[in-house]
Design a binder for this molecule. Sequence first.
Ligand SMILES: [Cu+2]
Length: 78
Amino acid sequence: MTLRTKTFLRIDGMHCGSCAVAINMLLTNKKGVFKVEVDFDAKKAEIEYDPEWVKIPELIEAIEEIGYHATEQRIQGE
Ligand SMILES: [Cu+2]
């Protein structure tokens, strides 16, 4: 069975569009991540993933490892 969940991360420390591309590639290569959209202007990443395969703290750690700061944004009412 495949679960599909969507979450948003706030990402600090991006300087330009290629930072966003680097984060996008990093997350897209993770097992269990289906879709990533990183918005440099909004300092935000939208991630669709399977929580059975990958946990958000794991993704946050990977982002921190390449030098950015990420925090999960809980969607209100969900
Ligand atoms: Cu950059």
